[in-house]
Design a protein around this ligand. Structure first.
Ligand SMILES: *Cc1c(COP(=O)(O)O)cnc(C)c1O
Length: 400
């Protein structure tokens, strides 16, 4: 007989994945809008408002193209619209997602150089600068950076990436993946000189999966005109001939009603307050994990405190213990869904997503349940990690 009998779950599932994320009730209502002709003037107003709002979130006054497709479609759009066969890209290694973007570029016949980095410490900007300075013939057409490496729970500073490129006086385009950072970590497309900013719907923007987009600079649009990789559905030039200046086919109208609500929620709270909330909840998670690590327990995967991600924390298991066992207990016994380790981190880490529609009780509930799961799974840890999170959050909530 199994000791855990199957339970009928009641109450809400605590969803602590780093994407998709919790969808607020008001967004669920908004996406349930009935079908509407995407050229109906009533929808065009919504459409134009959403594109304008998305530019405020990206902090850009340049072009934005949207796609029916998840983040991978926007990765692909950025590559096929900007490059020609044989062009060279420099990918800053961060983890699974930088590797995947690089692999996609190779699939399209692009040359990929990698700025190698230790996944637990992050890339070295002096090395980036040196690599660019050495490229005297400007063979490197673009630097690709993942702002928030969702697989490792680490942030890559885009301001420092831009500074390294400027210091080397290198004219490469700067392509940035903001898929798990936009709407939870600060992002400034124009100020940081980002030429293509890739984003998706189901992470910080709290929407269902299915829409993605790229902010595109004027410099990138000029490069686009010369690009020779085959493209059709994702071709920006084709899109510009449409009323919507995006979407070759049917526009996903319900996601636009959802995104209008998402932007309203983010701006009602205020972007800076949104970022501060993410920072606060993330710090509570880290204090809890640090406490657990006391007794040879699970520890923070990220070893560079200045690179901690405020949207996801990867927790490294002690030797000989399987992260999947912890995730299984959390889900089956407590109805808490955690993120798993991706590819080569499979079984070694589990991930606590703390981005999107989230508050203190949800974080404390998740941490308490993860601690219970460690106990059930027989994983060593210093008990009482949640207390460290409680103390931090209580201090943060005290009136000034
Ligand atoms: C989720 C994610 C992707 C992939 O996006 P999909 O919407 O799953 O296609 C790419 N990059 C990062 C950093 C991500 O977090």
């Amino acid at each position: 007989m199994s000791t855990t009998t199957a339970r009928i779950p009641r109450g809400r599932q605590f969803f602590a994945n780093p994407g998709p994320t919790n969808i607020p009730d008001s967004i669920l209502k908004a996406v349930s809008a009935v079908s509407i002709d995407f050229n109906d003037p009533a929808f065009l107003t919504v459409y134009d408002d959403v594109v304008a709002g998305l530019k405020r979130i990206l902090k850009t006054q340049q072009d934005v193209f949207l796609y029916t497709g998840s983040g991978h479609a926007a990765w692909e759009a950025a590559l096929v619209n900007l490059f020609s066969p044989g062009d060279t890209l420099l990918i800053i290694e961060t983890g699974h997602f930088s590797e995947s973007w690089g692999k996609m570029a190779k699939d399209f016949g692009l040359e990929v150089r990698t700025l190698s980095a230790d996944w637990r410490r992050g890339a070295d900007f002096a090395a980036l600068r040196a690599m660019l300075a050495e490229d005297k013939t400007h063979t490197i057409k673009a630097v690709c950076a993942v702002q928030n490496e969702t697989a490792t729970g680490m942030e890559l500073s885009i301001a420092e990436t831009r500074a390294a490129m400027d210091a080397a006086a290198h004219p490469a385009l700067l392509l940035v993946d903001t898929i798990s950072s936009l709407g939870s970590l600060d992002f400034r497309m124009d100020e940081w000189g980002v030429d293509a900013a890739v984003g998706g719907s189901q992470k910080g923007l709290m929407l269902p999966t299915g829409m993605s987009f790229t902010g595109v600079s004027a410099k990138a649009m000029a490069t686009h005109k010369l690009s020779k990789l085959p493209k059709s559905y994702l071709n920006w030039t084709n899109m510009l001939t449409r009323r919507h200046k995006s979407f070759i086919g049917t526009v996903p109208t319900s996601l636009f009603y959802g995104m209008r609500e998402s932007i309203r929620l983010l701006e009602e709270e205020g972007l800076d307050a949104v970022f501060a909330r993410h920072a606060r909840l993330a710090e509570a998670v880290r204090r809890c994990v640090r406490h657990w690590s006391g007794n040879n327990g699970p520890s923070l995967f990220c070893e560079s405190p200045d690179r901690f991600s405020n949207s996801v924390t990867a927790v490294l298991m002690p030797e000989g213990h399987d992260a999947e066992a912890v995730r299984r207990v959390a889900l089956q016994a407590f109805n808490v869904s955690l993120g798993g380790g991706l590819n080569r981190l499979g079984g070694q880490v589990f991930r606590i997503g703390h981005l999107g529609d989230l508050n203190e009780p949800m974080i404390l509930g998740t941490l308490a349940t993860v601690e219970a799961s460690l106990r059930v799974a027989g994983v060593p840890h210093a008990p009482g990690g949640v207390q460290a999170a409680i103390e931090y959050l209580a201090e943060a909530a005290r009136p000034a």
